[in-house]
Design a protein around this ligand. Structure first.
Ligand SMILES: *[C@@H]1O[C@H](CO)[C@@H](O)[C@H](O)[C@H]1NC(C)=O
Ligand SMILES: *[C@@H]1O[C@H](CO)[C@@H](O)[C@H](O)[C@H]1NC(C)=O
Ligand SMILES: *[C@@H]1O[C@H](CO)[C@@H](O)[C@H](O)[C@H]1NC(C)=O
Length: 376
C-alpha cells in the first residue's frame, strides 16, 4: 500500500453538508439494470451476482518474521471461513499448498519483471509455463496481477500495458485466458481528485498514457480493475473533516447516522468506502469509458501505528472488518474484496502503520474475532 502520495480533496465545506438523519438505505449506489447486464457478461463475475453473499478473500503478504509457511495456510484460511487468497508473488510452494482445497488464488508477477515482459513474449510464456501450467489443474488460479501498485512509477508504468498484453497472449496460447484473468493493482493515489465522488479524476500524468489503454485492455479481456481501498488512510489524511464513525461504516442500528450527499449526483452516502468506490467509477467515466467491474484487491484497518495514530487500534480493526463484511452482504452492487491481511508484516520498511494489519498471529490464533462465515 502507498501511504504518502494520496491527496484527498476532502474540503471542510462539503462536510458541512453532512446531514444527521435516520438512515434509510444501507447501500448508496444505485446501479442501472444495464450495468448489471454488462457485468454479468463477465463470466468470472457471474457468481458474484447470484451467490448468496459477498466474495471475501484475504491477502497473504510475507514480510514478517512470524509469517507461517505456505503449507500451513489452507487450514488457517479455512479457519476464517475464507475461500479466496491473494498473494504478492508466484511462489510454487504457495500454489501447490492450495491444490485440491477449493480455495482460489490470485497471483502476482513482481514489478521488476515488467520491463522485460513488455518486450519479450518468450519471457511471458516461460512464466506461464513454469509457474502456472504445472499447477492450474489442481489449484484454482483466478487471476494474475502484473506488478503491484506501479501505475504512478514511470519506470514500470510505461511498460505496464504491453507486459499485460504479453501475459494474456501467453495464457491464450495455453487456452487459459478465459479461466485466468490478467490485471494489475492500483493504489487510490492514481486519483488526483476524489471528492465529491462524482467529480473524481485520474492524475493527468497517467490518465491518457497509462489508465486509458489499461482499462481498454481490461474491458477487451473481460478482466476487473483492481484497486486498493483504504478508508483508514483517507481518514488519517483528512481526519479533521471525516468523522471516524463514517470511516468505520457507522452502526446500522444507530438512530443518528450521518449521511453525506454528493452535491452533483445527489447520491447519499453513509460510509467512506462507498464514496471511495464511486470515485473510481466516476474517474473511469470521466475518461469517456464504460463502467468496468472493480475488485477491491486490498482493504483493511491497522491495529496500531505511530504514536498519536489513535484510530489505529485493535478494536477499530475488528469493528471495521466486521462492519465491512456486513456492509458487503447488504450492498446491492456486489464488489469482491480481499482483506489486508492474514498476518502482520514486521519486516516492512516505512511507516509503522504498514506493519500491523494482520487478522492472525503467526501461531494461527486470531487477534480479534471477525465472523466471516458462511464461506463464500
Ligand atoms: C454496457 O455495454 C455497452 C456495450 O459494450 C456499452 O455501450 C454501454 O455503455 C455499457 N453500459 C454501462 C452502464 O456500462
Ligand atoms: C527473452 O526471454 C527468454 C525466456 O526467458 C530468454 O531466454 C531470452 O534471452 C530473452 N530475450 C531477450 C532479448 O532478452
Ligand atoms: C499465539 O500468539 C499470541 C501472541 O504472541 C499469544 O497471545 C497466544 O496466546 C498464542 N496462542 C497460542 C494458542 O499459542
Amino acid at each position: 500500500m502507498i501511504m504518502k502520495t494520496t491527496t484527498m480533496q476532502m474540503q471542510y465545506a462539503f462536510w458541512i453538508l453532512l446531514i444527521f438523519s435516520i438512515s434509510i438505505a444501507s447501500s448508496s449506489t444505485v446501479p442501472s439494470l444495464q450495468g448489471i447486464t454488462n457485468q454479468t457478461r463477465h463470466g468470472v463475475f457471474l457468481f458474484v451476482f447470484f451467490a448468496a453473499g459477498p466474495v471475501i478473500g484475504i491477502n497473504y503478504g510475507r514480510y514478517g518474521s512470524n509469517v507461517p509457511p505456505p503449507e500451513a495456510l489452507p487450514s488457517l484460511v479455512n479457519s476464517l471461513s475464507i475461500k479466496h487468497v491473494k498473494t504478492f508473488d508466484l511462489d510454487p510452494r504457495i500454489t501447490k499448498s492450495f491444490a485440491n482445497t477449493g480455495i482460489t488464488l490470485s497471483l502476482c508477477i513482481p514489478n521488476d519483471k515488467i520491463p522485460s515482459l513488455s518486450t519479450n513474449l518468450s519471457e511471458a510464456e516461460s512464466i506461464i509455463r513454469n509457474f502456472i501450467l504445472p499447477y492450474h489443474k489442481n489449484t484454482i488460479i483466478t487471476s494474475i496481477s502484473v506488478g503491484n501498485e506501479v501505475s504512478l512509477l514511470p519506470q514500470f508504468s510505461t511498460n505496464l500495458v504491453s507486459a499485460m498484453v504479453n501475459v494474456h497472449r501467453s495464457l491464450k496460447r495455453y487456452r487459459l485466458h478465459k479461466k485466468i484473468k490478467v490485471s494489475t493493482t492500483h493504489s487510490l493515489a492514481i486519483l488526483s481528485r476524489r471528492f465529491p465522488p462524482s467529480t473524481a479524476k485520474f492524475h493527468k500524468s497517467i490518465s491518457d498514457s497509462v489508465v486509458k489503454p489499461l482499462i481498454r485492455f481490461l474491458q477487451r479481456t473481460e478482466s476487473p480493475l483492481m484497486v486498493n481501498v483504504y478508508p483508514y488512510l483517507a481518514y488519517k489524511q483528512s481526519f479533521r473533516s471525516i468523522p471516524l464513525d463514517f470511516a468505520l461504516f457507522q452502526p446500522m442500528n444507530s438512530p443518528k447516522r450521518r449521511r453525506y450527499v454528493d452535491p452533483y449526483s445527489g447520491v447519499a452516502y453513509t460510509n467512506l468506502f462507498d464514496i471511495m468506490l464511486d470515485s473510481v467509477d466516476s474517474a473511469v467515466k470521466s475518461l469517456g469509458l464504460a463502467k468496468i467491474p472493480v475488485v477491491v484487491s486490498e482493504i483493511g484497518w491497522p491495529k496500531s501505528g505511530e504514536p498519536g495514530e489513535t484510530a489505529a487500534s485493535l478494536e477499530n480493526a475488528r469493528v471495521f472488518n466486521q462492519r465491512l463484511i456486513e456492509h458487503l452482504r447488504r450492498r446491492w452492487n456486489k464488489v469482491p474484496v480481499y482483506i489486508f491481511a492474514l498476518f502482520d508484516e514486521d519486516q516492512k520498511t516505512g511507516a509503522a502503520v504498514e506493519k500491523h494489519w494482520g487478522l492472525l498471529y503467526g501461531n494461527g490464533s486470531r487477534k480479534y474475532d471477525v465472523k466471516i462465515s458462511p464461506p463464500i
